[in-house]
Design a protein around this ligand. Structure first.
Ligand code: SF4
Length: 167
């Protein structure tokens, strides 16, 4: 198994750990690719290879999560249906469109991700940690954490609302 294939497996594993809650249990389409190296063409000019890889992404049920993770982690290769240079362009576009103050919906989406990660690590996200991670004031972070917990608890139907830790 080549280094690129190994790196692909590692990255895919990380992706599975950080899927959006709505994507849990869904199988990435590329997990069924006979040759994982198509997702790491030597050059993006290898149009047929790139197109073949993208054909998996086109029908992948976790494409959105995959793309967001790849954008956050600066992964190599094709992820979320985009090549590295396409993701770089997308990031540049987003940077210029980014509002100065994050919208509530974006904050909650980010908080959902943080809460899920904290719970997977066996803990609960504190508001102070969320304040730091989200880069917003305490009150906004607290509201986002509460909304994220409520959304997750409703989704999993555990009914556990939890207290917000001020630690
Ligand atoms: S979007 Fe593409 S790279 Fe990402 S998990 Fe799906 S098939 Fe794999």
């Amino acid at each position: 198994m080549s280094e690129r294939t190994l790196a692909r497996h590692d990255a895919l594993y990380r992706l599975m750990l950080h899927l959006a809650p709505t994507d849990f249990g869904r199988r990435p389409a590329c997990a069924d690719a006979e040759d994982p190296e198509i997702f790491h063409p030597v050059s993006e000019a290898q149009v047929e290879t790139v197109a073949e890889a993208k054909s998996f992404c086109a029908v992948c049920p976790v494409r959105r999560s995959c793309l967001e993770q790849a954008l956050r982690r600066a992964e190599h290769g094709i992820w979320g249906g985009l090549t590295e240079s396409e993701r770089e362009r997308l990031l540049r576009r987003r940077a210029t469109q980014q509002p100065a103050v994050p919208r509530e919906r974006d904050l909650v989406a980010e908080a959902v991700d943080l809460v899920v990660r904290a719970r997977r690590d066996g803990g609960e996200l504190s508001v102070s940690a969320a304040t730091k991670a989200l880069g917003v004031r305490y009150a906004r972070a607290r509201a986002a954490v509460l909304a994220a917990r409520a959304a997750l608890d409703t989704e999993t139907q555990t009914g556990a609302s939890g207290e917000v830790s001020a630690a």
